[in-house]
Write a protein that binds this ligand. Structure first.
Ligand SMILES: Cc1cc2nc3c(=O)[nH]c(=O)nc-3n(C[C@H](O)[C@H](O)[C@H](O)COP(=O)(O)O)c2cc1C
Length: 392
C-alpha cells in the first residue's frame, strides 16, 4: 500500500448515523496510507460505535466532550491549528445543519467551526437527504469551500431505497488523497484513454493485449484531483473508474476512435495511455469458427491511428502518447514524437514487467527534454501531469 498520506494528521468527525461503523474502516484505510487519525464524536455517535474501539484503533484518546470536568483543555482550537484535514464521515442531517449554522455544541461541531473547512460525507434516509433544508445546507457548505462527497444510491438502513447511503469507503479515501494534491490543472479539460482494445475474430474470440489500464486510470484520477474536468475512455478492465470523472467504456479501436473524437473537442490535454491494437482481423466471422482444421490463417489489417488523427486535428492543445517498446526505447519513442506530431511521449520498456503492475519506470520525452521517472503508477502519473501543465 503506497503511503500517500504520510505525515498527514486527519481529524475524523463521526456523528450519529447507522453508517458510523464504516468510519472505522475509513480510519484503517487512512492509516494504511500513513495518516495519523484523531477522532472527534458527537454524543450520539457513541451510541453507534464504541469509544474503546475508536481509542484503540486510532491510538489517541477520543475527543468526546467540549467542556470536560476533569483536565479541561481547549481541544477544538488546538486540533484546529494542528490538523491537516477535517473529515466528517458519516455526517448526519442534524450535524450538517449545525455546521452550516455555526453551532458548536459538541466536539464535532466545535471542531468544524474552529477549522472552517474540510470534507463532508453525508449519510441519511432519502427523505432527509432530499429535504430542502439538507439540500440548502449542503449547498451553503459547498459554497463555503467544503468538499461534499455525495451520498450513493441504494438500499438504506430504514428499509427504503434511494439516495442517502454513505459514499463507498474507496471514494472517500480517494477524495482525501485528492485533497492533498495541488490544483495545478484547475479549469482544464483532460481526456485520457486507458486499457486494452479488443478486435473480434468471431462472436466468442478476440485479439487483445495484457494492458490492465492502471496507468491511464491513475492519470485520470490525479488529473481530477488536480482540478481538471476529466473524461476517461477505457477498454474493458477490472478497475473501478475514479470518482468524479466522466467514464466511457469501449471495446474495439473503432469504438475508441469515435469516443475520442467526440470528447476531445475543446479539450486542453489528450493523453493516450490505452494499449490500442495496431491490427485487426480483416474478416469478423458471423458465427463461431468450429474446431476442425489443424491450422487456420487469419489475415490482419491496420487499425486507424487515433493518436495521429487527434494530433493532426488541432482539436486539442497538448497531445501525449505512450510508447511501449521492447528495444531502442528512446530512439523509437522520439520517432513516435516527431512522426505523429505529439507534444510529449512517455516511453516504457515492456521487456520487464509493466502490464498489470503497480510500479513502473518510464522516460518522459519532449522535443527539448528527457526525464526518467520511476515508482508507483500514481507517483508517475503526478510527474507526467505536472510536466504537461508546465508546458501547456
Ligand atoms: C438507528 C438509527 C439510525 C440513524 N441513522 C441516521 C443516519 O444515517 N443519518 C442521519 O442523519 N440520522 C440518523 N439517525 C438520527 C440521528 O441519530 C439523530 O438525528 C441525531 O440527533 C443525530 O445526532 P448527531 O448529529 O449529533 O450525531 C438515526 C437514528 C437511529 C435511531
Amino acid at each position: 500500500m503506497e503511503r500517500t498520506l504520510e505525515g498527514k494528521k486527519i481529524l475524523l468527525g463521526i456523528s450519529g448515523s447507522i453508517a458510523a461503523y464504516k468510519a472505522i474502516e475509513i480510519m484503517r484505510e487512512l492509516q494504511k496510507r500513513g495518516a495519523d487519525v484523531h477522532v472527534a464524536v458527537t454524543p450520539n455517535a457513541l451510541k453507534f460505535v464504541s469509544e474503546v474501539v475508536l481509542r484503540t484503533l486510532s491510538g489517541h484518546s477520543v475527543y468526546r466532550e467540549v467542556v470536560p470536568e476533569e483536565n479541561p483543555e481547549i481541544r477544538h482550537t488546538s486540533l484546529a491549528s494542528s490538523v491537516d484535514l477535517f473529515l466528517l464521515a458519516p455526517a448526519t442531517g442534524n450535524t450538517i445543519a449545525k455546521v452550516a449554522c455555526g453551532i458548536a455544541d459538541n466536539p464535532v461541531t466545535a471542531s468544524a467551526l474552529a477549522i472552517g473547512g474540510g470534507i463532508i460525507c453525508p449519510a441519511m434516509n432519502v427523505k432527509m437527504y432530499e429535504n430542502p433544508a439538507t439540500v440548502d445546507n449542503l449547498k451553503l457548505l459547498r459554497d463555503r469551500g467544503y468538499i461534499i462527497v455525495d451520498s450513493d444510491e441504494g438500499e438504506l438502513a430504514c428499509g427504503v431505497s434511494g439516495k442517502g447511503r454513505l459514499a463507498r469507503v474507496e471514494t472517500i479515501v480517494e477524495t482525501v488523497e485528492g485533497y492533498f494534491i495541488p490544483d495545478f490543472l484547475s479549469g482544464k479539460k483532460v481526456v485520457v484513454t486507458a486499457g486494452p482494445t479488443r478486435e473480434y475474430v468471431d462472436p466468442v474470440r478476440f485479439i487483445s493485449n495484457p494492458s490492465s489500464g492502471k496507468m491511464g486510470y491513475e492519470l485520470a484520477r490525479i488529473a481530477r484531483a488536480a482540478g481538471a474536468e476529466v473524461v476517461l475512455i477505457s477498454g474493458k478492465t477490472c478497475l473501478q473508474p475514479p470518482s468524479g470523472v466522466k467514464f466511457v467504456e469501449v471495446e474495439t479501436v473503432d469504438e475508441m476512435r469515435r469516443a475520442v473524437l467526440k470528447h476531445v473537442k475543446g479539450a486542453d490535454i489528450y493523453v493516450s495511455a490505452a494499449a490500442v491494437g495496431d491490427y485487426r482481423p480483416v474478416k469478423r466471422y458471423e458465427n463461431k469458427i468450429k474446431k476442425g482444421a489443424d491450422r487456420i490463417v487469419i489475415e490482419f489489417e491496420r487499425t486507424p491511428d487515433i493518436l495521429s488523427e487527434v494530433a493532426r486535428s488541432g482539436l486539442v492543445r497538448f497531445v501525449v502518447g505512450f510508447a511501449a517498446e521492447t528495444e531502442n526505447l528512446i530512439e523509437n519513442a522520439r520517432k513516435k514524437l516527431s512522426s505523429k506530431g505529439l507534444d510529449m511521449v512517455v516511453a516504457n520498456y515492456v521487456k520487464g514487467k509493466v502490464f498489470g503492475e503497480d510500479e513502473t519506470e518510464c522516460v518522459i520525452i519532449g522535443s527539448d527534454f528527457e526525464e526518467r521517472v520511476s515508482g508507483s503508477k500514481r507517483k508517475v502519473a503526478i510527474e507526467i501531469l505536472k510536466r504537461i501543465s508546465e508546458r501547456l
